[in-house]
Design a protein around this ligand. Structure first.
Ligand code: PHE
Length: 450
């Protein structure tokens, strides 16, 4: 069994760093600020925080526990637990759905991560000059979308970097990458924050983000917040099961999970506090949607002092944040393939990368050649995103909650690694048995039919 061959993180802290690296990504810096902007600022943030700590945290603990007790890729981990507990092996579907979702999500995540590298290059080469107009930034964005060669070049670069890290294994690859990239990312983010405070409309941004405005709360906002909490914490894809499988003995799942949730939330909030002052200082709209980062920010940077340097740092930071997430998405499918077909790590990595690259081409062409080739109103990228985010993720989140809350909770409790007991344990179980499944059914329904 893979059990004995599995490596472990050098320390608990490296694990926490790696998991923070997985959680912090485009979701925090690109998506969070624009969905906050779209859904009424502070009202959204309050619901989001509740979702992270009431539903996200218990599920994160459940996933890490599966990895820690099963000690294998997401499929082997679940099978190891079901065999040990004499439960049905059908629960392995949790692992399969996770691996499939990682493959689908990585296929388009690598393409979007490629945009950030493209923008880093544009910024460094001085394209965000002070003569830039709103029209120009739209054109720059359109030019990128309409140029499959450029999109593929950056997609391949991201996949090759990700593969090179994964091929080297846990301690030599993942750990080293995270040690370098995470601190650099944090320093760059703080630099942009200080810049936002000194050059932008910081006070206006704080009011926008934190002044409670409950009148803006709607059921739809709650659903968007819950869906994003899942995505941001990298839940239901098997990545946290995989990272949990490498935990050293004696780690507390609860403490690690708290750190991950706090860090992920703080980074998202700091990203908002860095971006909105710059947006407001340039009289741009906070609710401009996905283009906030790629269209509004370049425009803002181009009109501000040190804009070229800050723009470059910002997009380099975003590329690093993306890569610490892409590695977490590639690891589970690679380890599964390696274990299942007894391949070496480099061979398994090569095969998975090729599959993901091919699938990713579909997303690349969705922005240009295949833009009009839609099936039931969605093009290829739309379908991959819909199937993974709106179907597989909620479904798998639901199964994980039921599996850990109802089926193997005793086993998780017996092994003390979960790190809680008494009332805290009862609350954790209540969240898994009731809160998470009910909330997920509601999102699932909305995601599918609205
Ligand atoms: N959590 C990452 C983000 O916020 C996205 C991600 C999801 C990464 C799932 C890995 C696995 O961008």
């Amino acid at each position: 069994m893979a059990k004995h061959a599995l490596p472990v993180w050098s320390s608990k802290w490296v694990f926490v760093l790696a998991a923070i690296g997985a959680a912090v990504g485009l979701g925090n810096v690109w998506k969070f600020p624009y969905i906050v902007g779209k859904h009424g600022g502070s009202a959204f943030i309050i619901v989001y925080l509740v979702c992270i700590f009431v539903i996200g945290l218990p599920l994160l603990m459940a996933e890490l526990s599966i990895g820690l007790l099963g000690r294998g890729d997401p499929v082997s981990s679940v099978v190891q637990i079901t065999d040990q507990q004499r439960k049905s092996r059908a629960w392995a579907v949790i692992g399969f759905l996770g691996i499939l979702s990682c493959t689908l999500v990585l296929s388009y995540y690598a393409v979007i991560a490629g945009w950030t590298v493209h923008y880093a290059v544009l910024a460094v080469s001085g394209k965000f000059s002070n003569t830039l107009t709103a029209n120009d930034t739209h054109t720059l964005f359109d030019q990128l979308q309409n140029n499959p060669q450029t999109l593929i070049t950056w997609q391949v670069l991201i996949l090759v970097i990700t593969g090179a890290i994964i091929m080297r294994g846990v301690q030599k690859g993942l750990e080293k990458a995270v040690y370098v990239m995470l601190p650099v990312m944090v320093i760059l983010l703080l630099t942009v924050l200080i810049y936002g405070i000194s050059e932008g409309q910081f006070k206006q941004a704080l009011i926008y983000l934190f002044h409670p405005n409950f009148s803006a709360l709607t059921p739809k906002i709650t659903l968007v917040a819950l869906g994003h909490a899942f995505f941001s914490l990298s839940l239901a894809l098997g990545t946290m099961v995989m990272y949990g499988a490498y935990l050293p003995k004696g780690s507390s799942v609860f403490k690690a999970s708290i750190w991950i949730c706090l860090a992920d939330t703080v980074v998202a909030l700091v990203a908002g506090m860095a971006i909105f002052p710059i947006v407001f200082a340039n009289h741009l709209s906070a609710g401009s949607g996905p283009g906030l980062i790629f269209q509004s920010l370049p425009l803002a940077f181009s009109h501000m002092p040190f804009g070229r340097i800050m723009g470059s740092l910002f997009f380099i930071m975003l590329s690093f944040a993306a890569i610490t997430s892409t590695i977490s998405l590639l690891e589970p499918p690679v380890v599964w393939l390696k274990t299942r077909f007894m391949l070496s790590r480099p061979v398994a990595t090569g095969i998975m990368l090729f599959i993901i690259w091919l699938l990713g081409l579909g997303s690349v062409f969705s922005f240009n050649h295949w833009q009009d080739a839609s099936l039931w109103g969605k093009h290829f990228f739309g379908w991959v995103d819909h199937i993974s985010a709106n179907i597989f993720l909620p479904l798998n989140g639901f199964l994980i909650a039921i599996f850990c809350g109802w089926i193997v909770h005793q086993y998780i409790k017996q092994k003390s690694e979960i790190g809680i007991n008494g009332l805290a344990y009862s609350l954790w179980r209540f969240a898994l048995c009731w809160l998470a499944p009910i909330a997920i059914i509601v999102i699932f329904y909305q995601g599918l039919f609205h």
